[in-house]
Design a protein around this ligand. Structure first.
Ligand SMILES: Cc1ncc(COP(=O)(O)O)c(C=O)c1O
Ligand SMILES: Nc1c(O)cccc1C(=O)C[C@H](N)C(=O)O
Length: 394
């Protein structure tokens, strides 16, 4: 449907098969939050679940709640729930640390899985924490290894016989560009390299098929499109074919084969549990389970279709309003957010906030607009683009 006016957006909202999901979130009428790709909104179920866990489990059973209420299993059971969202069969995904720490673990693991190769290849424009983690692994763990940062378009040509692992974000945190996972996996494997994906901006909004695409390793955030709440633990994925050989450097007791045997020596747990370390942030893990439960109840094809409709509409309306859209217009190359470039991005974002639309600035000159399909309406997009037009001409 071509959108000609605000009434058309209201009609799209009225016909939106996902429209009712907005009520699953505790959202204010204003401001409209267009930064769900930093922190997703709170599902109403989360408050009730947390209240129940605190009162009926923690207060009632204290430490025995780890066993009595299955807390010890949650890193794996919530991991498998996340796995269903990213095309991972059970037993390959666990939840536990931040994305950055999970990236550290899996990058060290990847280097050990691909011995004799000494290069970590990554996008120079990758999320900075991913670049810092890679540099930290070299500086503190593997001084024999080097990190090679290349521009995204030069990555394929940079693959060589010394590439141990390629580290990439599936969706670019600045532009929203979506990379072809299956093709990149294929090319890297042909060169003898592993690939470690960062799904922070794709899981929950873009179709992800880790098993089907032949993915080796992946990490991702729980607090963006999975709506796990601030500080929600991240998740990591290790392909089943790699699990028997995978080892990670943060060998804590909950990754031990028998954590409560309190043995003097470490013995890794069988399977993906060996990627765990210590006690998970239990209350955040419970909150994440509610966010992932909600996301798991929605047809991912409908989520992707609405996401493309919202981002495509905003890009079109923003351009009509005179903005320079930097995100890919081709649907197959676009994730869940749209960025516009402006030399005075801070002023523009402040102006939008003053009109009740919370976007984000990513230096030096991007205003980033995250359009979460479960909570953002078409009319919000129309109103946000209209506000952008007013701010641009103010
Ligand atoms: C692409 C990407 N990777 C990693 C991170 C860092 O995640 P965490 O703060 O959980 O380490 C973020 C956002 O915070 C991100 O956008
Ligand atoms: N994790 C964040 C936080 O704790 C505070 C502010 C922003 C964030 C983010 O997630 C930033 C986000 N990863 C980005 O793509 O810029």
């Amino acid at each position: 449907m071509r959108v000609g006016d605000r009434a058309d957006c209201l009609a799209l909202d009225a016909a939106d098969e996902l429209g009712a999901l907005r009520e699953e979130f505790d959202l204010p009428q204003r401001p409209v939050f267009l930064n769900g790709n930093s922190l997703g909104p709170p599902p109403r179920a989360t408050w009730h679940r947390l209240s129940k866990v605190v009162r009926e489990q923690w207060r009632a059973d204290m430490n025995s709640a780890w066993w009595k209420h299955g807390w010890l299993d949650l890193p794996r059971t919530v991991g498998d729930r996340v796995g269903r969202l990213v095309g991972a069969a059970p037993g390959q995904t666990v939840v536990g640390e931040s994305t950055s720490v999970n990236l550290f673990k899996l990058l060290c693991a990847a280097l050990e899985l691909n011995p004799g190769r000494r290069t970590v290849l990554t996008d120079a424009g990758n999320f900075p924490s991913d670049l810092y983690i890679a540099d930290g692994v070299v500086r503190h763990v593997r001084p024999d290894v080097r990190v090679r940062r290349v521009e995204a378009h030069a990555l394929a040509g940079a693959l060589d016989e010394d590439t141990a692992v390629v580290v990439l974000s599936h969706v670019d945190y600045r532009t929203g560009e979506l990379l072809p996972m299956r093709e990149i996996n294929r090319r890297a494997h042909a060169a003898g390299s592993l690939v470690l994906w960062d799904l922070a901006h794709s899981a929950g909004v873009v179709p992800v098929g880790l098993d089907a695409d032949g993915t080796d390793l992946a990490v991702g955030c729980g607090y963006k499109y999975l709506n796990g709440g601030p500080g929600a633990p991240g998740y990591l994925y290790v392909a089943a074919r790699l699990l028997p050989r995978v080892e990670q450097p943060v060998t804590g007791w909950l990754g031990h084969a028998e954590p409560f045997a309190f043995e003097a020596g470490y013995r890794p747990a069988d399977g993906v549990g060996r990627l765990l370390t210590g006690c998970p942030p239990l209350l955040s893990l419970v909150a994440l389970e509610e966010g992932v439960r909600l996301a798991g109840n929605v047809d991912t094809r409908l989520v992707r279709a609405k996401s493309l409709a919202l981002t495509g509409l905003f890009a079109e309306l923003a351009e009509r309003a005179g903005a320079q859209v930097v995100s890919p217009r081709a649907p197959q190359r676009r994730g869940g957010h749209v960025s516009v470039r402006h030399p005075d991005a801070e002023r523009i974002a402040k102006g939008l906030a003053g009109e009740g639309f919370m976007a984000e600035v990513r230096v030096p000159d991007l205003i980033r607009v995250g359009l979460s399909p479960l909570s953002v309406r078409y009319v919000d997009v129309w109103d946000a683009a209209a506000a952008l037009g007013r701010v641009l001409t103010a």
